[in-house]
Design a protein around this ligand. Structure first.
Ligand code: SF4
Ligand code: SF4
Length: 344
């Protein structure tokens, strides 16, 4: 069943929904971009449909609603602590198929990786998705190559068209909100082809993997990558974080513990007690990220790849390093190592 709603009707629907849900969507923040006079589009709570940026990809991913770039975990004094509270409403997120699939990958890391992250889970359990159809594919997107251009993990689907919104109700719990609304034919569509295509190489065994890790292709990134970490902070699927204690005053025993997104691309990320560092060069760190996205995650969980092909890393990189081009370079290197003997 589909419905065709004017923006005015959507806004009164939002008023009803907001009694039970907080609604999040990609929103434009004028002049808040990284260069002069540029905007930034990131996820934030919204009240009106006019606030939703539906015709451009957001600079930062939908995951920021569930696992924000920084969040307080608990407050402490000398002899006790209290967990940070979370609001008691459910959450409705307008997200594209790649972002919804990215959240499924995050679930594996935070919930199915030998322990359950309670701070992630308490937000994740609240989430319902409004799948936002992509009207076109942007030039850095390669979701079709990654198999993340489609999803059925949503309660509602929305298409923005001619100043109106077509909505499909998939989850019956939302049906009462649409009683009496104008019905319309609406079949959900997904992007079927991107301008950018990649082939994920098949790395057949540890021997090939070890040779790939030593391949000269990585040296290029010692010169090009400046280890800024922008790519991982914008990534739809990166999950690493660090924790910091913030003391409120000169009494260092009173304060709060926060976790903040960390980047494997930044020097010192791997440093351990005693000063040992697993990945000392920029190239080693870039190789680590790349293989995690297109090989290691798959090897650990046995299905899919961590990278969903959103292309945000490419767009955020100040050195114009393209992740899809990197994947193609890995593909070529694997073919070279295998000498045509493996299906790269
Ligand atoms: S590695 Fe790049 S393309 Fe892949 S999910 Fe992360 S930001 Fe998107
Ligand atoms: S954004 Fe570009 S320069 Fe910065 S760490 Fe990532 S790949 Fe390197």
């Amino acid at each position: 069943m589909g419905y065709k709603l004017s923006f005015e009707t959507v806004n009164s629907l939002f008023n009803e929904l907001r009694k039970e849900y907080k609604i999040y969507a990609p929103k434009r923040f004028p002049k808040a971009g990284r260069y002069s006079d540029t905007d930034i589009i990131r996820y934030a709570e919204i009240k009106n449909v006019e606030e939703i940026v539906f015709d451009e990809k957001s600079d930062y991913p939908a995951k920021d609603v569930v696992s924000p770039i920084t969040q307080t975990l608990f407050y402490f004094t000398e002899d006790e602590y209290r967990e940070a509270k979370v609001h008691d409403k459910k959450v409705l997120i307008f997200a594209r198929p790649c972002d919804i699939n990215a959240q499924m990958n995050q679930d594996k890391i935070f919930l199915e990786n030998g322990f359950e992250d309670t701070f992630y889970k308490r937000m994740r359990d609240k989430v319902n998705y409004v799948m936002m159809e992509c009207s076109s594919s942007e030039d850095t997107c390669f979701c079709c190559s990654m198999g993340t251009n489609k999803t059925d993990n949503y309660g509602l689907a929305a298409r923005f068209e001619d100043g109106q919104v077509l909505i499909s109700v998939k989850d019956e719990k939302f049906a009462p909100y649409f009683e009496g609304k104008e019905e319309a034919e609406y079949t959900v569509k997904f992007i079927e082809e991107n301008q950018t295509k990649v082939t994920i190489p098949t790395i057949p065994n540890k021997e090939v993997l070890n040779k790939l890790k030593e391949h000269e292709m990585w040296n290029e990134f010692n010169k090009r990558c400046i280890s800024c970490g922008s790519c991982t902070i914008a990534c739809s699927t990166c999950t690493c974080f660090t924790t910091t204690d913030i003391a409120y005053n000169e009494n260092g025993s009173v304060g709060e513990r926060r976790r903040t997104a960390a980047s494997c691309q930044v020097a010192g990320f791997d440093e351990m007690a005693g000063g040992h560092d697993f990945r000392k060069t920029t190239a080693a760190r870039y190789r680590y990220k790349t293989l995690h996205k297109i090989h290691d995650y798959n090897e650990k969980f046995g299905e899919g790849h961590m990278c969903v092909g959103c292309g945000r890393c490419t767009e955020r990189c100040p050195e114009f390093i393209s992740f899809s081009a990197t994947i193609e370079k890995v593909n070529k290197a694997v073919k070279e190592i295998c000498g045509g003997e493996c299906n790269a």
